[in-house]
Design a protein around this ligand. Structure first.
Ligand code: WT7
Length: 654
């Protein structure tokens, strides 16, 4: 097999920043950028030591980096810091006390705003509620919330007392929630009765009840009243936040955390069935989130910043909560769907709050394109000055539409490549200096040493597709997989076994162009990317085979105009199973219940057999070609029974 990845995109447009943008940008001089970047690579200790020095430490760090235990890095050792102190106290007790920290809009149109002083107070009170329930340093707390201010407060309150938060996306099923609660051995869950989504209530508390029914370790379910419907109540375990807040003290001192103490776990999919609890620690994570938010988004004091992600994803951690607040920014948060009650909702919000920086995902941009220009044109978006995208490769047509229709042709677009594991942005333009290109994440961020390698670890020449590798540690890198050191080493650090120190393998293919800009070619492992979210093919397959009418299943991606990739499932039915259409429908529901709606296959193909090698391995690359309706040009000689291909092609999907 060739390890070089075919790249078919030829894109030659480039857009340097306008003079107007450059005139006010934080970093606008290419020579200064080059100098800083060189320093960050050649002398990372000086570079990162200086950046870290801009944060308020509770005790100064003694060393910047210890890589002697690679692949376990230790950053800012000896230092003590608290994430909620960094995000709140320094602003609330300084000149930003009355600056708006958070402007929130609920889907029904309700609004709440918090100054830094107010948010600081809310978080301290929230933290005291957690303490009163016996939650303390090192305990794991699951957060399963709609996009309401209390979601951010819950994270910050955990951080304040040194509890480790594990946010689970509110769109995940109770089974997914339970798996994560069990894996992290959580002692509490913070949730809400429900949230608003497309005009109706998305219930959350019932899913929590199911998830914790067999998790006796969960002694507290702290519930925010958001939607007001009746919920079941276990008086021993369940607590309403508004009741618990009555009479709690206003002050809660931040727990001094060692730089390497765990700040949070966040689960992400890998190429095997079990989600990985990615471990992030405190000091390095904050330093990277702080610097990247400031420089990638060119953040200034009067900006109004809106990242449309959900707090259930890493983007919501680093670029809704920790990065913007560490910088004392004003940020917007929105609860609901982009098309509720109409398809111009996002632009209405941008106009109403004077959003200047807007960060979203390619899948959303493609949906906006489909909904039509008129929704954008109806609104005054003249305050916007910078746009960002994240989550998957963005197709040039969507990029150009974003630039022209949303950005009015004047806003730079930062296409940011990174992962749950990297904690912060790794490849990105810097908007005051980079010439941006539709579809390219351009250059490695400060301190990032990225290269394109072949299977043997040789660096590939420009233009050749290969495996993306990161050759140096960075402050916000993952510190492990919760409870599974071997999997951490195997997944990320073993692609090039001869490398010493080890190289990080993110699982993506990429190439560079003649300017040295990076183009991400997508995942090379068994991971799908649906609407910018990673899903494991194995996880979906195991959900499918857990249905009693399924004997075997194989899941592959096919390209999709809206979601980037769509899920196609090939299933072998059990004897006496329902007809194909009925079974396909039932399986869609089943996967949605087992994992979440996000994982529901776009198409289910019922087939009597699957293509296998003589050793019994399912040949997914063939299924991928069939699912995409492509000609099969690959080698099929290892196929046990070649006639199966025609059979599969003849079987339409449901
Ligand atoms: C995977 C990480 C980082 C937050 C969102 C997803 C893909 C991410 C880009 C981009 C091309 C991208 C990669 C990566 N990806 N951003 N700008 N261009 N691909 O976080 O769920 O950890 O997924 O998303 O394949 O490995 P995640």
């Amino acid at each position: 097999m060739s390890d070089q990845i075919e790249s078919v995109l030829a894109e030659s447009r480039a857009f340097p920043p306008s003079d107007e943008f450059r005139a006010a940008a934080r970093i606008a001089d290419p020579a200064e950028y080059e100098r800083l970047h060189r320093e960050s690579i050649e002398d990372p200790e000086t570079f990162w030591g200086r950046v870290a020095g801009e944060l308020p430490w509770l005790r100064p760090f003694e060393a910047v980096l210890d890589w002697s235990g690679a692949p376990f890095a230790r950053w800012f050792t000896g230092g003590q810091i608290n994430a909620s102190h960094v995000c709140l106290d320094q602003h609330a007790q300084g000149e930003r006390a009355d600056k708006t920290a958070l402007v929130w809009e609920g889907e029904p149109g309700d609004r709440r705003t918090f100054t830094y002083r107010e948010l600081h107070l809310e978080v301290q009170r929230f933290a005291n509620v957690l303490k009163a329930r016996g939650i303390g340093k090192g305990d794991r707390v699951a957060i399963y919330m709609p996009m309401i201010p209390e979601a951010a407060m819950a994270m910050l309150a955990c951080a304040r007392i040194g509890a480790i938060h594990s946010v689970v996306f509110g769109g995940f099923s109770s089974t997914s929630l339970e798996d994560r609660i069990a894996d992290g051995d959580c002692c509490a869950v913070i949730t809400a009765d429900g949230g608003w989504r497309r005009g109706s209530v998305l219930p959350l508390k019932p899913a929590v009840d199911e998830a914790v029914a067999n998790q006796p370790g969960v002694r507290t379910v702290l519930c925010v009243r958001r939607t007001g419907q009746d919920v079941a109540w276990n008086t021993e375990r369940d607590v309403w936040l508004h009741e618990a807040l009555e009479g709690v003290a206003d002050e809660c001192a931040p727990e001094p955390m060692d730089a390497e103490d765990v700040l949070f776990l966040l689960y992400t999919s890998g190429s095997t069935g079990k989600p990985k609890g990615i471990v992030h620690t405190t000091g390095g994570y904050l330093v990277s989130a702080y610097l990247s938010t400031q420089t990638v988004f060119d953040l200034r004091e009067d900006d109004v910043y809106w990242c449309t992600a959900d707090v259930g994803w890493i983007t919501g951690h680093s670029y809704i909560v920790y990065g913007p607040l560490a910088n004392g920014a004003t940020m917007v948060m929105y609860e609901g769907a982009p098309n509720a009650p109409h398809e111009g909702r996002f632009w209405e919000i941008c106009e109403a709050h004077g959003v200047t920086i807007f960060y979203t995902a390619p899948t959303a941009i493609r949906a906006f394109m489909k909904w039509g220009d008129e929704h954008v044109e109806k609104h005054d978006l003249s305050k916007l000055r910078l746009l960002g995208t994240v989550g998957e490769p963005i197709n040039p047509a969507a990029w150009m539409w974003y630039r022209d229709k949303v950005g009015g042709g004047r806003c730079p677009i930062v296409d940011t490549w990174w992962q749950t594991e990297t904690g912060s942005i790794m490849l990105t333009p810097l908007p005051g200096v980079s010439a941006t290109k539709p579809g390219s994440a351009t250059r490695p961020f400060f301190g990032v040493d990225a290269a394109i390698l072949d299977e043997e670890g040789n660096e590939l020449p420009q233009g050749k597709g290969g495996l993306l590798a990161l050759r140096r540690p960075w402050p916000s890198m993952l510190r492990g997989i919760w409870g599974d050191e071997q999997r951490f080493r195997d997944t990320y650090w073993s692609r090039w076994p001869a490398a010493d120190p080890p190289l990080y393998f993110p699982g993506d293919g990429a190439r560079t162009d003649e300017d040295g800009d990076f183009w991400i070619l997508g995942r090379v492992d068994d991971v799908l990317n649906v609407s910018g979210h990673r899903l494991s093919t194995m996880e979906i397959e195991s959900a499918l085979v857990s249905h009693d009418q399924v004997v075997e299943a194989a899941v592959v991606p096919r390209p999709d105009d809206l979601t980037g990739e769509a899920i196609v499932a090939f299933v072998i039915p059990a004897q006496g199973a329902d007809d194909a259409a009925t079974l396909a429908g039932a399986l869609g529901e089943h996967v949605a219940t087992e994992i979440g709606k996000l994982a529901r296959p776009a198409e289910v193909r019922v087939t009597p057999r699957l293509p296998k090698t003589r050793s019994g391995k399912i040949m997914r690359r063939l299924l991928r070609a069939i699912a995409s309706g492509e000609e099969i040009t690959q080698d099929t000689t290892t196929l046990e029974d070649p006639t199966i291909l025609d059979e599969l092609r003849a079987n339409g999907g449901h």
